[in-house]
Write a protein that binds this ligand. Structure first.
Ligand SMILES: NC(=O)c1ccc[n+]([C@@H]2O[C@H](COP(=O)([O-])OP(=O)(O)OC[C@H]3O[C@@H](n4cnc5c(N)ncnc54)[C@H](OP(=O)(O)O)[C@@H]3O)[C@@H](O)[C@H]2O)c1
Length: 330
């Protein structure tokens, strides 16, 4: 009887140690926090993809600091649910849901038109929305979805808001990229993945495009008082993996997720580097940089290729119709 009891005690203490160790590990994996007590009272902020994940946490934190937050989302039901959560918790009523589907240039243009009718200034634009490793799908204008949403949609949105950002200087643009950019290549002969589509490569290409765009835009914005920086938020437990079957099956829920979970940041921690880039007073004049864990980080060699950045800029102008007003994909 006492041997049996000892075994139970041993097993329970082993389970306790395992749980304690896992929680400690999870805690350590959350990364840096933006802890400066910077208020954002009265600042006007737009965050794309703010209804869930990192974007929702960013909206929440900025609302708590007193900002007027525009949640630019494609799903108005999800957006309104998130908005209610944020307003209830922060007691800041200046949080607004506005429709903006980054896979539709008409929707982006309509969003900007409405925003400009409501607000004269824009202090912070956060290009956060993203889609990862989806099956090959096209935007309304025929652009491969990951490139279309993650890069081209944000390219157009930023372009249409630049005049307001310049009038509101000092102002900031924050581009949520990813460490995945380090594996990315810009397919100069098949940017739209027509000849071949690999969902991982298309995501990496779009995140490299985020960094190339940031660096080229920073160069073009020199002297305007508008800064633009990119970042990697960490590996964060969000809905981003919704298209990756392996992470969504019951099998993975039982046998993969428990082992991966300790290594994932929570969305709250995933938002910290975005908040750092958006608010840290020390970054007021810093532009064209890339951050990770609330600190500067070197970008991959291919992200420093100015020739490719200029080529991508010219193609993006053409495909989004920012020069002519008519989008043309070729
Ligand atoms: N999670 C990570 O580990 C990780 C790592 C590196 C980089 N990132 C980057 O972090 C950013 C935020 O991702 P997350 O992890 O928070 O993922 P998430 O939970 O899936 O959130 C993505 C957001 O983007 C929105 N979105 C997708 N397609 C859109 C479209 N066509 N128009 C407007 N909004 C659209 C989603 O809206 P719906 O809910 O309506 O789909 C959602 O609000 C992304 O740019 C991602 O690439 C994430």
């Amino acid at each position: 009887m006492s041997i049996f009891r000892n075994k139970i005690i041993l097993v329970s203490s082993a389970i306790g140690t395992l749980i304690g160790g896992t929680v400690l590990l999870k805690d350590r994996m959350q990364g840096a926090s933006f802890e400066k007590n910077v208020r954002a009272d009265g600042k006007v902020v737009i965050i794309t993809g703010a209804n869930t994940g990192i974007g929702k946490e960013t909206a929440h934190a900025l609302a708590r600091r007193g900002a007027h937050v525009y949640m630019a989302c494609r799903d108005m039901v999800k957006c309104e649910e998130a908005r209610k959560d944020i307003v209830l918790d922060t007691r800041n009523p200046q949080v607004y849901c506005r429709e903006c589907d980054l896979a539709s240039m008409q929707s982006i243009r309509q969003f900007v038109k409405q925003f400009k009718a409501e607000q004269q200034r824009l202090d912070i634009l956060i290009n956060n929305a993203g889609v990862m490793r989806c099956p090959r799908t096209l935007t309304k204008e025929g652009i491969e979805l990951q490139l279309g949403v993650n890069h081209m949609g944000h390219f157009l949105l930023t372009h249409l808001l630049l005049d307001t950002l310049k009038l509101s200087a000092p102002s900031r643009i924050v581009v949520v990229s990813s460490l995945a950019h380090t594996r990315g290549q810009i397919a100069l002969d098949d940017l739209n993945s027509v000849k071949a589509y690999d969902e991982a490569k298309a995501y990496e290409q779009s995140k490299l495009a985020n960094v190339l765009f940031t660096r080229e835009l920073a160069r073009r914005l020199e002297g305007t008082g508008v800064t633009v920086n990119a970042l990697h938020p960490g590996i964060v437990d969000t809905e981003l993996m919704r298209h990756m079957g392996i992470f969504n099956s019951w099998f993975s829920g039982l046998f993969v997720r428990p082992f991966v979970w300790p290594f994932l940041k929570s969305p709250l921690y995933g938002a910290q580097t975005t908040l750092y880039a958006a608010l840290d007073p020390d970054l007021e004049k810093v532009s064209g940089q890339y951050f990770s864990d609330c600190a500067p980080k070197e970008v991959a060699e291919q992200a420093k290729d100015d020739r490719v950045a200029k080529w991508l800029w010219a193609v993006s102008e053409k495909w989004t119709g920012t020069l002519t007003g008519t989008a043309a994909v070729s």
